[in-house]
Design a protein around this ligand. Structure first.
Ligand code: NAP
Length: 255
């Protein structure tokens, strides 16, 4: 576990952030961390009930957040959500594309719908929010896009051809959009988590988890806070000269 006493901090007051997949897991930790540092956070997810819990937790901790129910693959809804956020809070400064799913199976058994669902949510969803947010981010003097990729998109992972391809796609998208938007002072980076303890990895057997820990030089699974702090750093003024970068947060797995 991370040492809870050592917390990265920065001043994001006056800034507006939008985090997809904010109902639970990494997205919730990212949204809470940005709000703790003063950003107003638009929390986006398909899961309305859990989304309300994220917003309530941020409010209880003294932060500002609102919920927007949205499927990241729904182009019209994505544009409408970005418009509503900009109307509500006057702009957008930070976009975190975090919503993602897995549908694991070996390539010989991979069904079309398993492939399409993962590519659509993980890659197309990131594209749709990036495109919709680009104009408002251009109006910010300090725009930030942070995409949550995965080490699977760098090193591959048996049983995850769809997922690895989607995350490699997110990395390619990150590097390209970084070059396209650099002239508008928008930085675009990716965080590539290794194995992090969330609902997504809770489905793995204890045996698999132990095998994973053996492969990780730091000998543990990551904590959502490890990812939330990497995102916070990239969102902060301290990272203003970093763009097109993929920051692995994996306990040394890809070292
Ligand atoms: P999680 O606990 O499963 O949470 C993902 C959230 O995204 C859920 O609230 C989910 O809602 C939401 N979501 C799914 N489909 C959506 C859609 N179409 N539109 C809007 N929201 C949607 O996952 P996590 O572990 O926090 O992962 C977050 C991100 O980190 C993902 O991109 C994942 O690929 C990446 N990542 C995770 C790990 C890890 O070890 N945990 C490692 C590398 C990368 P529902 O569940 O209600 O559908």
């Amino acid at each position: 576990m991370s040492d809870a006493k050592i917390r990265l901090t920065t001043d994001l007051s006056g800034q507006v952030a939008l985090v997809t997949g904010a109902a639970r897991g990494l997205g919730r930790a990212i949204a809470e961390n940005l709000a703790r540092c003063g950003a107003k956070v638009a929390c986006v997810d398909v899961n309305a009930e859990l989304l309300d819990q994220t917003v309530a937790a941020i409010g209880a901790a003294g932060g500002t957040a609102m919920a927007w129910t949205c499927d990241v693959t729904d182009s019209a809804r994505v544009s409408a959500v970005v418009d509503e956020v900009v109307k509500t809070w006057g702009g957008l400064d930070i976009l975190v594309n975090n919503a993602g799913i897995t549908k694991d199976t070996l390539i010989l058994r991979m069904k079309d719908d398993q492939w399409d669902a993962v590519i659509n949510i993980n890659l197309r969803g990131t594209f749709l929010f990036t495109r919709a947010a680009a104009r408002p981010l251009m109006k910010s003097s300090r725009g930030r896009i942070i995409n949550i990729a995965s080490v699977a998109g760098i090193m591959g992972n048996p049983g995850q051809s769809n997922y690895s391809a989607s995350k490699a796609g997110v990395i390619g998208l990150t590097r390209t959009v970084a070059k396209e938007l650099a002239g508008r002072n928008i930085t675009v980076n990716a965080v590539a988590p290794g194995f992090i303890a969330t609902d997504m990895t809770a489905v793995l057997s204890d045996e698999v988890k132990e095998a994973i820990k053996k492969q990780v030089p730091l000998g543990r699974m990551g904590d959502p806070q490890d990812i939330a702090d990497a995102v916070l750093f990239l969102a902060s003024p301290a990272a203003g000269f970093i763009t097109g970068h993929v920051l692995t947060v994996d306990g040394g797995l890809t070292a």
